[in-house]
Design a protein around this ligand. Structure first.
Ligand SMILES: Cc1cc2nc3c(=O)[nH]c(=O)nc-3n(C[C@H](O)[C@H](O)[C@H](O)COP(=O)(O)OP(=O)(O)OC[C@H]3O[C@@H](n4cnc5c(N)ncnc54)[C@H](O)[C@@H]3O)c2cc1C
Length: 440
């Protein structure tokens, strides 16, 4: 059996790794000149700049870390990644580290004592919700669920910031489901689970991690496993006969295969198909871009000890997320320099947002302007589709299509979590379909 994967984003690479370890003959065609899709790092004036700010979530049980441990190296996280210590939130004149469990929540300075009790009640209700089946919340907004627990405006703004960071939209639009996934889905409601959440045993969130060497280290680790990626090869057509995949066309030349797995945008897939008709749910793809301001400093101007710092807006606008990436890897900047990034979802006029983000930077690093020696502004599509309640993960297409031998992976297919987690989950689900369809 011969397979072709179209696209070497994390969806395509995760699928490739699974196929490789299961002895399937395959090749990956990538239209760009590098693998990894959005997981990449470019060099400008000696600074290594990722595609936006990235952290790998759920270091123990997240689908991407699990896949990398299973197929690359069981100690990969100790060897290649550095953990983030905390997310520190700023709201008005207060700041505090985001609680990792219920014990920390009871002392959380951004909320008053009445809000904390309301939050606690919501959290306990929420843990039960995650265990009670999905029908009741699959199209619910975060606000639709949380409003009966929300006390002061500060609590609303705090929850709104969490929502923007997880779903890419505000609390009144973002899918509740994204939180269900991160916190409780598929977890055993065991003694250990409860102890973690009340802060008596380990960390319920499992921390976030950064790859030493920059984000591109992640696809490089996959490539080191011998994945065959043909760069600068754009697939123009997927050839179908009698509703069955026959192969692909690149620059007019035909390459036969039994299976094609597509990691590009699902909304473009129909236009690629020649000789057949695609009949799958196409997610509504809202414009969804993130903006990142990168700044280089030729001296150490602040020490954040591997913390992310997040400014919460006193309205329903998106939070501004800032990180000194050289805290995680000094090699990302010329020797002795610091590299700082701040990201936000681009949901309003770009120039206005840049101005507001720079005000946030000033709040976090007073007088930073005099010390900047490098500035670079980036705009990227953050995920292929927004996690709005009306277009939640349950409504995304399955990895198997109506055309025999044609499968889809990536963050606009049905999988749970965010970014890299979703890619790995989609690859695993895709492999399960292939195994079943071909009796492997
Ligand atoms: C600013 C920002 C911050 C983010 N933060 C995080 C984070 O903290 N944690 C996290 O996990 N995720 C994060 N993400 C999201 C994550 O980067 C993406 O969700 C993920 O990389 C998407 O992978 P994918 O495989 O679905 O798609 P892509 O990365 O888009 O890959 C698709 C690939 O297919 C190729 N392709 C498409 N069509 C063809 C064709 N016809 N022929 C050949 N090749 C083709 C493309 O060139 C591309 O390489 C962030 C993203 C951004 C932009």
């Amino acid at each position: 059996m011969r397979a072709i994967i179209i696209g070497s984003g994390m969806g395509g690479l995760c699928t490739g790794l699974i196929l490789k370890k299961n002895g399937i003959d395959f090749v990956i065609y990538e239209k760009e000149d590098h693998p990894g899709g959005s997981f990449w790092t470019s060099i400008y004036k000696g600074y290594k700049i990722d595609t936006g700010l990235h952290m790998l979530t759920r270091g123990k049980t997240g689908e991407l870390p699990v896949l990398m441990r299973e197929f690359i190296d069981k100690d990969i996280f100790q060897k290649e990644f550095v953990s983030q210590k905390a997310y520190r939130f700023f709201l008005g004149d207060k700041n505090d580290v985001i609680p990792k469990n219920l014990s920390e929540l009871l002392k959380f300075k951004l909320l008053n004592s009445s809000d904390r009790m309301k939050f606690l009640k919501m959290y306990l209700h929420f843990l039960r919700l995650g265990r009670s089946g999905t029908e009741s919340y699959s199209d619910m907004t975060s606000y639709g669920y949380a409003k009966k627990f929300i006390g002061s405006d500060n609590m609303l703004y705090f929850l709104n910031a969490l929502c923007w960071m997880s779903t890419g939209c505000n609390i009144k639009e973002g899918a509740l489901e994204r939180f269900v996934d991160t916190l409780v889905r598929d977890k055993e409601f065991s003694f250990d689970f409860i102890m973690k959440h009340i802060g008596k045993k380990g960390d319920a969130t499992e921390g976030d991690w950064y790859p030493v060497g920059g984000l591109k280290r992640v696809p490089e680790l996959f490539m080191d496993q011998g994945l065959d990626v043909k760069l600068n090869n754009e697939v123009e057509k997927i050839v179908v006969e009698d509703n069955k995949v026959k192969g692909v066309k690149i620059s007019g030349k035909f390459y036969p295969s039994d299976i094609v797995i597509y990691d590009g945008m699902i909304s473009n897939l129909s236009s690629l198909i020649e000789g057949g008709e695609l009949d799958i749910k196409i997610p509504k793809q809202d414009d969804y871009e993130a903006i990142t301001i990168w700044l280089g400093f030729d001296q150490k101007i602040a020490s954040w000890d591997r913390e992310s710092r997040i400014i919460i807006q006193n309205n329903l606008d998106s939070p501004h997320w800032g990180v000194f990436l050289t805290d995680f890897d000094p090699g990302l900047a010329p020797e002795g320099h610091q590299l700082f990034g701040m990201s936000a979802i681009l949901h309003k006029d770009k120039e206005k947002l840049i101005e507001e983000m720079k005000e946030s930077i000033e709040k976090l690093i007073p007088d930073y302007k005099d010390k900047v020696v490098f500035e670079h502004i980036q705009v990227d599509r953050a995920e292929k589709t927004l996690q709005k309640a009306e277009n939640s993960m349950w409504n995304l297409p399955e990895q198997k299509t109506n055309i025999e031998g044609l499968y889809v992976v990536g963050t606009d297919t049905k999988a749970f979590g965010s970014g890299g987690t979703m890619c790995a989950g989609s690859a695993r689900r895709c492999w399960n379909f292939i195994k079943k369809d071909y009796n492997l």
